[in-house]
Design a protein around this ligand. Structure first.
Ligand code: MG
Length: 277
């Protein structure tokens, strides 16, 4: 005898459930459209909550691995040459370039001096890797001393701070002469270390009055060591830093402190903090 397919009560219930779920999902998709135009206005903003007309952020492709330059970065040193750098007199920098790194030359080579970026920067994100000499030949501030002088004057200290008893505001990732790092995240001498730095340039009015201080955030080997820390002013030695009016964009420098410190993989992203206003 031929079997007849008679829907049972439970089959009907299942079908009803599936159909109503599908229609709910369709309604849900509609509800989660690309944005809204009937939501409340955000405080001090022309945008509404989830505003559909608010510009979407620019797309940046991140590096494939940690420390690799994202798509909108300017690479200042990829290990091959010093074409993005100059000396104080404007001539090409003469630091040693070898095996993918650059190194502060010895004093007797006559080729030292600070390295200065050809391009000038204001607010920026900087990635830089550095290595203090493997062999410790001195102590305190004589161990792998260098520095990153943002805008040529706001230093983030570079130093071999691994088991190095030196003053706190002179340690690696300190704001030299002002703020010690939150913690000492140093690796052993001879190991490559990273700094990821977010810098906010100071602002002055036309008369030279300071309107906004410089601020910096530093991750040392991925560990937060400065959190939007203000600078007291232009870094000095054995003196209290002070601000002095300067242009909105300036080169940054790598310090020659007579120690053969090495650098590699240096890139910068210029920042616009108003891009998500
Ligand atoms: Mg220094």
């Amino acid at each position: 005898m031929k079997a007849t397919l008679i829907p049972t009560i439970s089959t009907i219930s299942v079908l009803t459930f599936v159909l109503s779920s599908l229609s709910l999902m369709a309604a849900d998709e509609k509800k989660h459209a690309t944005g809204y135009t009937d939501t409340p206005l955000l405080p001090d903003s022309k945008w509404r909550v989830h505003d559909d007309t608010r510009p979407r952020p620019k797309v940046v492709t991140p590096g494939k691995k940690a420390g690799e330059a994202p798509s909108d970065a300017l690479v200042l040193f990829d290990g091959s040459d010093l074409s993005q750098w100059k000396k104080k007199d404007g001539s090409t920098g003469e630091w040693v370039v070898k095996d993918g790194y650059m190194e502060v030359p010895t004093k007797k080579s006559g080729k030292g001096g600070y390295l200065i970026t050809k391009k000038e920067f204001g607010d920026m994100q900087l990635h830089i890797e550095w290595r203090a000499p493997e062999k410790v030949v001195s102590n305190s501030q004589g161990r792998g001393n260098s520095g990153i002088l943002l805008m040529g004057q706001y230093e983030v200290q570079v130093l071999d701070s691994y088991e190095n008893k030196t003053y706190a505001d002179g340690q690696a990732s300190s704001l030299y002469g002002w703020k010690p790092p939150l913690v000492n995240a140093s690796l052993k001498p001879g190991e490559w270390q990273t700094y990821d730095i977010i810098f906010e340039a100071p602002k002055f009015d036309d008369d030279g009055k300071l309107l906004k201080k410089a601020y910096v955030t530093v991750l040392h080997n991925g560990v937060l060591t400065q959190h939007r820390q203000d600078y007291l002013g232009s870094t000095g030695h054995k003196s209290v830093a002070k601000y002095k009016k300067h242009p909105a964009k300036m080169s940054f420098k790598l310090q020659d402190h007579n120690n053969p410190t090495r650098f590699r993989n240096i890139w910068v992203r210029e920042l616009d903090f108003s891009s998500n206003d």
